[in-house]
Write a new protein. Sequence first.
Length: 117
Amino acid sequence: MITGMKNIVVFVRDFPRAKRFYQEQLHLPLVQESMAMMEFFPGGGTTLGVATALHDAAQSLVGRHTGITLTVQGIEQLCRDLTAAGVAFAEPLELSPWGKMAVVKDPDGNQIALVEM
């Protein structure tokens, strides 16, 4: 019987650059870290894992749209801060009938959607 989801993992090639992006630029709360994996979002629910792509199968998953969407408060200021920090956007901030959305790229090109509803 499946009872829940532990984490969703994004694979990267440059672990230190990824840590800077996810922890310092996106300000995600770090739960734990090892030499090749870090997890964000404490509290016992699903975490976002960022792991070094050590195997060929993981290498092919680096630099793509992840399908991950993070909810944000103050998305306009966050996007200004990310732009000032040199973060690349796959899709700039847009307003829509349901809210605001932008898609950022981590240093390895993985795309993460940011939304404020």
